[in-house]
Design a protein around this ligand. Structure first.
Ligand code: NAG
Ligand code: NAG
Length: 194
């Protein structure tokens, strides 16, 4: 077998690493590295109202469910999908607390009924409208084991003040009505960001 010259090796190595040109605009540069990332902790309460009990319209509405669920499975049977636009407040009492933002997104009831647990998988975008957080979002995508007293959801990103965000939300149930599905939850947001 013929021996490859050094020059031939260099040419081969270069051609392997050559990046093919794309037809659309792109740039590549070093990602911003924060010398010290910050961690912000925020406590808010989210009001997820399925009923009209509060005298107002529901903030969570069912948008789909399988056709084989029974009444005994409650307001959020396995496979039901909800769209939400829930208020965020600084206290657990909706009427007496200050509105500090909202949580928009969806949740899917994800536990088979025979498992006798209640688990949601949520996609929620929390947007704040106060002071330095005004307009910034924290985005959650996570499993939520609703019947456990305290639980965690993962933060997968953020915008504004919370760019490059990651972290978790500790969730505690402040109140829950199993008949209507109405819930008030304490969200302790722990977000690391630049
Ligand atoms: C549910 O929908 C499927 C598909 O249309 C149908 O075959 C089935 O009979 C329905 N089941 C019930 C309980 O209505
Ligand atoms: C938040 O930002 C919006 C849009 O810029 C502005 O209209 C609003 O007054 C701000 N709210 C606070 C509390 O700063």
């Amino acid at each position: 077998m013929e021996k490859l010259t050094t020059a031939a090796w260099v040419i081969m190595a270069l051609s392997i690493h050559a990046v093919p040109a794309t037809s659309f605009y792109s740039t590549e540069e070093y990602a911003p590295v924060a010398v010290k990332e910050k961690m912000t902790k925020i406590r808010v309460y989210i009001h997820d109202t399925l009923s009209t009990k509060m005298g107002s319209r529901p903030t969570a509405v069912e948008i789909a469910r399988p056709n084989n669920t029974g009444k005994e499975e409650g307001p959020t049977p396995f496979g039901s999908l909800f769209a939400v636009d829930d208020p965020l407040t600084d206290g657990p009492d909706l009427k007496k607390s200050k509105m500090v933002g909202d949580a928009k997104g969806m949740y899917l009831s994800s536990s088979l009924p025979e498992k006798k647990e209640f688990t949601l998988v949520l996609y929620l975008s929390l947007r704040f409208k106060e002071g330095e957080f005004n307009g910034s979002t924290v985005n959650v995508f996570s499993r939520n084991t609703v019947t456990e007293k305290s639980r965690e959801m993962s933060i997968v990103g953020g915008t504004g003040k919370f760019r490059y965000g990651r972290g978790f939300v500790s969730v505690t149930t402040a109140s829950f009505d199993p008949v209507t599905g109405d819930a008030v939850l304490q969200y302790d947001v722990n977000v690391v960001h630049h």
